[in-house]
Write a protein that binds this ligand. Structure first.
Ligand SMILES: *Cc1c(COP(=O)(O)O)cnc(C)c1O
Length: 360
C-alpha cells in the first residue's frame, strides 16, 4: 500500500535549539545565551507598536513599500532591491528554496549558523560543510569545495559563534573566485557591531550573484517580533518575492521595524555600549588565562581547556543564575558563548569567572 511520504530532505532536519531561557524552572535569570540587546527594544519602536495596535483589523501592506523605503534611505540602498521577511531566517529560506533543490549543493562553513543545515534540507538540497582555519572562514577551502552542483554559499560574517570577521579584501576574493552560477549569501546579522563593515552591501550592489541579509533581532532588540531583510540584484529579489507570502509580515512588524531603522541614535547608543563592555569582557577573560579571539559582534567566545572545564564553568554560571550558550553543536565543546550585556551584567559575568579561577 502506498504511504504518505515527506518531501526529500525534510526527515534530515534536526530541530533547531534556541538559547535556554530558564534554569530549573527559575525565571529570575540573566539570559546571555541568545545575543539579545541588553537595552531591549528602542522607545521609538515601543511607540510605533502602541500606534499599530489601533489598526489590528487591517490587513498589512503586501509590498512592504514603506519599510523598504525607510531601509533604503537609511542605508543608501535601492528599495526595489530589498526584500523583507519573518526574521532574516525567512529571507535565507527564500534564497535556499528559490535557487536550490534536490541534487543541488549548498556550501556552509564549519562554524556557521546552525540554521543553515535546517534551511538547506528544507529546500531538499545537500549541505556541504567546509572547514574553517582557526575559527576563521577559509576562502580557499570554500572555493575548493565548489562543484558543478554548487548553487549557493552561505556565509556568516561576522561569524557566530566565533565572532571573527572576514576582511573586505577576502570577501572580494571569495566573490571573485566563485563561478557565475553560484550565489554568495552574506548573513550580516551582526554588521552593526563590526566597525567599518558594510555587511556586504557594496558587494551585493555591484555583483549579479551576491545577496546580503540583515536582521532587526540584534542591535534593534526586536528578536521577539521577527523581522529581517535582504538586499541584492533586482532580478534575484524578484524571484524570491514570488515565493514570499503576500502577508508574511504583520502591520505591527512593519510599523515597528520602520520606526526602529530610522532611529539612528539607538544604534549609536547600543553599539557604543557594546564596544565598551566587549573590550572589558575580552580583557578580563584573557587576564584569567582563558582564550578568546577579538570579537566583531555582541558576544564573545570563551575557550576553556576542554569540554569538561566548559561544563564546570557553565554549571557555576547557572548556579549564579546566569545562562550562557554551550556551542558543542557548532564544533566548540570546550567553549561558551557569552552575550555582551550592560555594565552591571558584564560585572556579574567577570565576577563569576574570577571566582571560578580562584577555586580551580
Ligand atoms: C541571530 C542571527 C540571525 C538573525 O536571525 P533572525 O531570523 O533575523 O532573528 C541570523 N544569522 C545569524 C548568524 C544569527 O546569529
Amino acid at each position: 500500500m502506498r504511504k504518505i511520504t515527506p518531501q526529500p530532505g525534510i526527515m534530515d532536519i534536526a530541530l533547531y535549539e534556541g538559547g535556554k531561557a530558564t534554569i530549573g524552572g527559575r525565571t529570575d535569570v540573566l539570559k546571555l545565551s541568545s545575543n539579545e540587546n541588553p537595552l531591549g527594544a528602542p522607545p521609538s519602536a515601543q511607540a510605533a507598536l502602541a500606534e499599530a495596535a489601533k489598526t489590528l483589523h487591517r490587513y498589512p501592506s503586501t509590498d512592504h513599500a514603506d519599510l523598504r523605503q525607510a531601509i533604503g534611505e537609511v542605508h543608501g540602498l535601492d528599495p526595489a532591491r530589498i526584500i523583507c521577511g519573518v526574521g532574516s531566517d525567512e529571507v535565507l529560506q527564500f534564497v535556499c528554496q528559490a535557487f536550490a533543490g534536490p541534487g543541488d549543493e549548498i556550501i556552509h562553513t564549519e562554524h556557521g549558523f546552525s540554521m543553515y543545515p535546517v534551511l538547506i534540507h528544507m529546500a531538499g538540497a545537500t549541505p556541504v560543510c567546509v572547514p574553517e582555519a582557526e575559527r576563521r572562514v577559509d576562502v580557499d577551502a570554500i572555493l575548493a569545495a565548489v562543484t558543478d552542483k554548487t548553487r549557493i554559499v552561505l556565509l556568516t560574517n561576522p561569524g557566530n559563534p566565533t565572532g571573527t570577521i572576514l576582511p573586505a579584501g577576502e570577501l572580494d576574493r571569495l566573490a571573485d573566485g566563485l563561478p557565475a552560477h553560484v550565489l554568495l549569501v552574506i548573513d550580516g546579522a551582526y554588521t552593526e557591531y563590526a566597525e567599518g563593515f558594510d555587511g556586504g552591501a557594496a558587494l551585493a550592489g555591484a555583483r549579479p550573484n551576491v545577496i546580503m541579509t540583515r536582521t532587526f533581532s540584534k542591535v534593534y532588540g526586536l528578536g521577539g517580533l521577527r523581522i529581517g531583510w535582504g538586499y541584492g540584484p533586482r532580478e534575484l529579489i524578484e524571484v524570491m518575492t514570488r515565493i514570499r507570502q503576500p502577508f508574511n509580515l504583520s502591520g505591527v512588524q512593519l510599523a515597528v521595524a520602520e520606526a526602529a531603522v530610522r532611529d539612528r541614535d539607538w544604534v549609536e547608543t547600543c553599539t557604543a555600549l557594546n564596544a565598551q563592555q566587549r573590550a572589558r569582557l575580552v580583557g578580563a577573560i584573557r587576564q584569567l588565562g582563558v582564550a578568546c579571539d577579538d570579537s566583531h559582534t555582541n558576544f564573545v567566545l570563551a575557550r576553556f581547556a576542554d569540554a569538561e572545564e566548559a561544563t564546570a564553568v557553565d554549571q557555576m554560571f547557572q548556579d549564579d543564575g546566569i545562562i550562557l550558550r554551550r556551542v558543542t553543536g557548532y564544533g566548540f565543546p570546550e567553549a561558551l558563548r557569552i552575550t555582551v550585556g550592560d555594565e552591571e551584567q558584564t560585572g556579574r559575568v567577570i565576577e563569576t569567572l574570577t571566582r571560578w579561577r580562584e577555586q580551580a
